[in-house]
Design a protein. Structure first.
Length: 325
């Protein structure tokens, strides 16, 4: 599978950065991609002394029976996460008013983009439950879910951040009637394809994903399967990253791209998926639903046909619903 992030038509996006066609990512192999992170418990006993009036034959010291109180069972311990550490995005938590929301359309992105009109985006994270895909008897379909930093072109109040893209997420799809799921990362323009973490992913697994900038162009992408308690981390250096946008996206991957034009893998018929998360901008951390910067809410639409649509924002994030393929 090859994917290509970027909002074309409405947005230049990252489609121009992606290229190589490949096999379906969800086969847990290195798959070509072209987004291009988030988009969520446990009477004491009393002793009696003998009477002082009977010294010749002292009564034996007795102990009253303890009450039959029942102590609560200890809560089962949560097993540690293997392969990665779940560290929330840094920064001072700030209660803010939501910025303006602009509605747009994309050829292959559905979700929300936030533009940092002041400061820089240094961390984005998201959570979701891997949706089940419904498979046709034959052919290939695919859908990718991810969080990322940068990758969007200038649209309305959203600044241009298309020079680079750091992202991580999951994918689901079908090959000849068989459903397959995987986890991946990608760093554009250096890596022009999705690379598999080789983590076990199944429909219904709870996912936590994060992309963090740690200075001097260094990004760290982390994805954890909270259900199976396993995760993976990948670091990469992207020079001249603008650090201006954060994304929580459901994507129809590109099969191939050439000269800025892409063909797309058929969008998998996925169950509705809810994304939530947070973002850190210049030391302040904001929940997804109350970021004081402009949002772009984008649906996948081609040739006048709606393919996937995000809901309005709430404290629980937002839901993306499949409409057609």
């Amino acid at each position: 599978m090859a994917t290509r992030r970027g909002i074309r038509g409405l947005m230049r996006g990252t489609a121009a950065l992606r290229g190589a066609p490949v096999a379906l990512l969800v086969m847990a192999l290195v798959a070509a991609c072209g987004s291009t992170p988030p988009t969520a418990s446990p009477s004491a006993s009393v002793a009696t002394r003998p009477s002082a009036s009977a010294p010749a034959s002292p009564k034996p010291r007795t102990t009253s029976s303890p009450s039959a109180s029942v102590l609560p069972s200890p809560s089962p311990s949560v097993p540690p996460i293997e392969g990665a550490t779940q560290t929330p995005c840094p920064g001072r938590a700030v209660a803010a008013h939501r910025g303006s929301v602009t509605t747009g359309q994309s050829r292959n992105w559905a979700g929300y983009i936030v533009g940092a009109t002041k400061g820089h985006v240094t961390c984005v994270e998201g959570t979701w439950t891997q949706p089940k895909v419904r498979c046709p008897a034959s052919g290939q379909t695919s859908v990718a879910i991810w969080v990322g930093i940068d990758g969007s072109s200038a649209v309305g109040p959203i600044p241009d951040a298309s020079a680079t893209l750091a992202q991580t997420g999951t994918a689901g799809g079908c090959s000849n009637g068989q459903a397959q799921y995987s986890a991946w990362y990608e760093f554009l323009p250096d890596l022009r394809h999705m690379v598999s973490y080789r983590l076990p992913i199944n429909a219904g697994d709870k996912i936590w994903a994060q992309v963090r900038w740690s200075g001097k162009g260094r990004f760290v992408a982390t994805l954890i399967n909270l259900t199976r308690r396993v995760g993976a981390t990948q670091a990469w250096t992207l020079h001249l990253a603008p650090l201006l946008t954060a994304e929580w996206i459901v994507e129809e991957p590109a099969a191939s791209c050439s000269g800025g034009s892409c063909t797309f893998v058929t969008l998998a018929r996925f169950a509705p998926v809810t994304l939530n998360g947070s973002v850190t901008v210049s030391g302040s951390n904001y929940r997804l639903s109350v970021i004081p910067f402009p949002y772009l809410r984008t649906s996948i639409n081609r040739a006048g046909r709606s393919l996937a649509v995000p809901s309005s924002l709430s404290s629980r994030g937002f839901k993306v619903t499949w409409k057609s393929s």
